[in-house]
Write a protein that binds this ligand. Structure first.
Ligand SMILES: Cc1cc2nc3c(=O)[nH]c(=O)nc-3n(C[C@H](O)[C@H](O)[C@H](O)COP(=O)(O)OP(=O)(O)OC[C@H]3O[C@@H](n4cnc5c(N)ncnc54)[C@H](O)[C@@H]3O)c2cc1C
Length: 387
């Protein structure tokens, strides 16, 4: 299909980070359901114990755990857009385990620490479910596990290796091999061969989670100012966050600005902004039934730059893939069109995609090992990129 047709169909009219009609489907869905409480911009000079710059998951979970530790702390969150306006409100909604990353973790930290890290991630996935339950937040949390589907002959060895490493560290229950029939019983794509299954994997509606988190924080007395960019941060102490109409003077400052940090002089040389793109199909629950994909499993293939798939409550497929380095002007449209066409590839013959809304955003990768290099498995070194 020519790229131009695809782009026209996607209705991408501006930079995908532009607020408004270009917001992600997740976010528009969550905002429509929200019973509003405003987080007005900062308009005066204030003091606080902690100022957090950035209202995505990093900033808001930081605020949440600080309130867990001490409800009396004065916490201020500054968000230039709305909370969840960045990748936190437009990502794949995969909360997934790390057992597939064991080999690299072992190389870097040793087996014991690697297993400890994986167990910590396992418990954090459960904690998200517990958070939603305890706050009455319906963020579509569903723990149905994670299916790795081999789509090329060389992936079979990758699966075998992943499962073998888990077995060697005594975590055989966490990751097990699946035959081609078992894979297709869960998700019958003609491009899937055999695979592996990790029980640590939950899907959620990311925008509901991030907006719900914002709501919980407001109820706890955290001062959240949306529409408030920090234009300067003086480290102090005390730190001084400067915004267009007011300042926050605080004992501690937390920088939680994700890819925007590439615009901060002190940080830009330590970061690489990477992009990932998602498209959602129109709802077609009957097609999901036809391919037996009704269990809610997260799915990804095993390519170096993974392609990942999941379903939604109303029977869509959300499909994502790494798009390369971010910030190259004009690359969004092309990349989203590319991602859209990959849905057709992955579900050839069973799904004619009608993508509704691209959810593109920048993610960042640190230069120095935030995502550990994977051990070369097919004779060449590579990084496997998480979404
Ligand atoms: C398409 C896509 C799919 C992804 N899928 C997954 C997935 O399935 N599972 C997963 O775990 N991860 C996924 N990720 C990664 C995940 O979304 C991010 O790691 C996570 O959301 C980062 O959260 P954050 O709070 O650090 O950053 P962000 O969500 O980017 O939040 C940073 C916030 O800082 C604000 N900000 C920036 N500069 C300033 C300033 N000067 N003043 C005030 N505010 C400022 C921004 O407006 C933004 O709201 C995906 C990412 C993308 C792009």
């Amino acid at each position: 299909m020519p790229t131009t047709t695809s782009i026209a169909r996607l209705n991408l009219t501006g930079d995908a980070l532009t607020p408004g009609a270009q917001r992600s489907w997740w976010l528009r869905e969550a905002l429509a359901a929200e019973v509003g409480s405003n987080c007005p911009p900062l308009t005066k000079d204030i003091d606080a114990d902690v100022v957090i710059i950035g209202g995505g998951f990093t900033g808001l979970w930081t605020a949440y755990f600080l309130t867990q530790a001490d409800l009396g702390l004065g916490i201020v969150v500054l968000e230039q857009d709305i909370c969840g306006g960045g990748p936190s409100g437009r990502n794949g909604g995969f909360a997934s385990g790390w057992w597939d990353e064991l080999d690299s973790l072992i190389v870097l930290y040793g087996a014991e620490a690697a297993v400890r890290a994986c167990r910590a991630i396992s418990s954090s996935i459960d904690s998200i479910g517990a958070f939603c339950a305890s706050h009455g937040l319906d963020a579509w949390y569903k723990k149905a596990g994670y299916l790795y589907a081999a789509t090329a002959p060389e992936h079979l060895a990758v699966c075998e290796h992943m499962v073998g490493v888990a077995r060697d560290v005594g975590a055989a229950d966490e990751l097990r091999e699946l035959t081609a029939e078992e894979v297709r019983a869960r998700c019958d794509s003609p491009s899937f061969r055999s695979g592996a299954f990790m029980r640590d994997g939950a899907s959620l509606q990311p925008a509901h989670l991030v907006r719900g988190l914002r709501h919980v924080l407001q109820a706890r007395g955290v001062a959240i100012h949306e529409g408030t960019p920090a234009t300067r941060l003086e480290p102090g102490p005390p730190a001084l966050a400067v915004t267009p109409r007011g300042t926050v003077r605080a004992r501690h400052a937390v920088i939680a600005v994700n890819a925007w940090a590439t615009g901060w002089r002190e940080l830009r040389r330590r970061l690489v902004a990477w992009s990932s793109y998602i498209v959602l199909t129109a709802p077609a629950p009957e097609r999901l039934e036809a391919i037996h994909w009704t269990g809610g499993e997260l799915v990804s293939d095993l390519r170096t730059s993974v392609r990942y798939f999941r379903t939604t409550r109303d029977g869509r497929i959300a499909f994502g893939g790494g798009g390369g380095r971010a910030l190259r002007r004009g690359s969004d449209h092309r990349r989203v069109g590319w991602t859209d066409r990959r849905v057709a590839d992955a579900f050839a013959g069973v799904w004619q995609p009608r993508a509704q809304r691209p959810l593109r955003a920048r993610v960042h990768r640190q230069r120095s090992g935030a995502v550990p290099p994977r051990r070369p498995r097919s004779g060449r070194p590579h990084h496997r990129r998480r979404q």
